[in-house]
Design a protein around this ligand. Structure first.
Ligand code: SF4
Length: 570
């Protein structure tokens, strides 16, 4: 395998062998080690010393179902700490097939120009891309695929990244006409924009396969893994993930009183039935949109749903639970067509829908626009693409919006907005938000699926549950697996060990895998410590400790002493 180092001040791209210390790393694990080794943790995230890393997980390119996610990592301008955010689509698998361990983007362009990195097989070059300036992610990927081939993968930023907004993410294309796969969190689109990189285009590798140390072991295990998912009642063709996508959990999150509503002031939304996965499916099928599509080839879950408007025109490639929660119930919008329009605009500007939905909730609370008034909210959001002062307030996320608009109730931890689970009624997620080196991020350890094991309203067991889930999340994010594919590897980690040994021949045991997963968190925590982040920076906002949340009237009351000792057994 090889590394591609891209120096944006010298406009050079050069291949390097992979140092031995990085050989057994991929995805989030590689990002944690590389950032710790190669950048000063206290550096300016939007300065020349920060680096932006694109890397497949360790299973990337091998053809394991759902394992083609692309990890993007950097010091986050939003949290001030380490950030790994990942996306589906074809990028992770493509990089894996090409034997590219990582693309490492260094320094920044002079004089604000924009460039495009084009990778074809063994060659890589930077090309001027000022003609793409000001384009959204849809137009950018359309134009580049027209120019360079319909089957190439395009990774790009929209206007939000160009304007260095802290809510900016990075978009990647996926299978067939999939456009909107976003490595959304942590403001890494701003890092890409700051470096002067508008897009990366990777030509489809033809006839490339990765070498296997033990092809038989790999094939046998990968097949068994896929079969377990097909057989799983939640994941298979009759499972809720396939039938309704992630929107399948809207009803359950609302019932448990954790659905962000009216800027996180209630956990129940009266119109939640309008936002349910079942309703989304019905709407799409009635209009002849597509259900059960994939973001990447070979996924056996196929959770995507293509939303179309009432004329049958596609609006977004998939509507996810987090988006429905943050730009739906959180803004008191109880209409899926309206949520889809907001979703489309965020996708096109290259904005994180979680960060942006939280910022818009704050704008509603401040009286800038009214809760539930989609047209006014869309009009405010449209200013992000124009780069007006108000647009920049929204595009810079919840904390900036709260400060500028004088709102104290800001649902964020470590500078990053909370996803679609209020921590007062799902306290395991509160512990994850308040301890993860990634800030408020459900993908770092989501306790929703464990609500029957540990009472979500109680304190007991939350610390242990969060640690367990954070370790599993580190494994998924380092191997490139989709979060939805976790049940088989949680039940039997030997599956993961055998797949890795089949590819690389490392002879790992379950203990080695466990050490590997824990090292990811250790490196990330150490990075944040060196960046000057203290336990006080990770705390759940004070108002959530004092203001009871309807309908259970609970506050987040896990004591600091518990939070401060989550990692003591790491
Ligand atoms: S389950 Fe959904 S998000 Fe995950 S890989 Fe499959 S299509 Fe993509």
């Amino acid at each position: 395998m090889k590394l591609l180092r891209v120096n944006m001040s010298q406009l050079q791209a050069r291949w390097e062998p992979v140092p031995s210390s990085y050989e057994q790393l991929g995805g989030r694990a590689l990002i944690a080690k590389m950032l710790l080794d190669e950048i000063p943790p206290a550096c300016d995230a939007l300065g020349p010393h920060n680096k932006l890393i694109f890397t497949p997980g360790l299973l990337g390119g091998a053809g394991v179902t759902t394992a083609g996610r692309l990890s993007v990592g950097s010091k986050s301008p939003l949290t001030g700490g380490i950030k790994e955010t990942n996306a589906g689509g074809t990028a992770g698998d493509t990089l894996g097939k090409l034997g590219i361990k990582a693309i490492v983007v260094e320094e920044q362009v002079k004089q604000g120009a924009f460039y495009l990195l084009h990778i074809t097989g063994d060659s890589a070059e930077l090309l001027p891309a000022d003609d793409l300036r000001g384009l959204g992610t849809y137009a950018t990927s359309d134009r580049l695929q027209e120019r360079l081939g319909a089957d190439c993968t395009v990774i790009s930023i929209g206007q939000a990244g160009e304007f260095l907004m802290l809510g900016a993410g990075i978009c990647t294309t996926g299978e067939r006409d999939q456009r909107s796969n976003h490595a959304a969190r942590g403001g890494l689109g701003a890092v890409m924009g700051n470096k002067g990189l508008k897009a990366i285009v990777i030509d489809k590798p033809v006839g490339k396969t990765i070498p296997f140390a033990d092809a038989e072991l790999f094939r046998k295990t990968a097949r068994a893994y896929a079969q377990q998912m097909i057989n799983d009642p939640k994941l298979g063709t009759q499972g809720s993930q396939h039938l309704y996508g992630t929107a399948s959990i809207v009803a359950a999150v609302n019932e448990m009183g954790s659905l962000p509503t009216r800027n996180f002031s209630s956990g129940n939304f009266q119109q939640s039935t309008e936002l349910r996965g079942e309703h989304l499916r019905e709407l799409i099928l009635t209009r002849e949109g597509k259900i059960g599509t994939r973001c990447m080839p070979g996924c056996v879950i196929a959770c995507r749903n293509q939303c179309v408007d009432d004329t049958g025109m596609p609006i977004v490639g998939t509507m996810q639970f987090e988006t429905i929660a943050l730009v739906g119930s959180n803004l008191e919008i109880g209409n899926l067509d309206d949520v889809a329009r907001l979703n489309y605009m965020c996708n096109d500007f290259g904005l994180d829908t979680i960060e942006t939905g939280a910022a818009l909730g704050i704008a509603c609370e401040a009286g800038l626009v009214r809760f539930g008034n989609t047209e006014d909210i869309l009009s405010l959001l449209s200013q992000v693409g124009e780069g007006t002062v108000l647009g920049r307030v929204i595009g810079n996320g919840a904390v900036v919006a709260g400060r500028v608009l004088g709102i104290r109730r800001v649902p964020a931890v470590l500078g990053q907005a909370m996803p679609g689970y209020d921590p007062r009624s799902l306290k395991g997620n509160g512990v994850t938000y308040a301890t993860s080196p990634q800030g408020a991020d459900h993908t770092a350890g989501n306790a929703f699926g464990a609500r029957k094991e540990v009472n979500p309203l109680g304190i007991t067991g939350q610390k242990e549950l969060s640690l367990k889930l954070q370790i599993i999340a580190a494994m998924l994010d380092s191997t490139g697996l989709c979060l939805f594919a976790r049940p088989p590897v949680i039940a039997d980690p030997q599956l993961m060990v055998d797949m890795l040994n089949g590819i690389y021949g490392w002879g790992w045991t379950k203990d080695d895998l466990n050490r590997f997963n824990r090292d990811v968190l250790r490196n990330e925590l150490e990075f944040n410590r060196r960046a000057g982040i203290t336990p006080a920076d990770y705390r759940i906002p004070e108002y959530m400790r004092e203001e009871p949340l309807a309908p259970h009237n609970t506050v987040f009351d896990v004591p600091d002493s518990e939070l401060d000792t989550v990692f003591e057994t790491l």
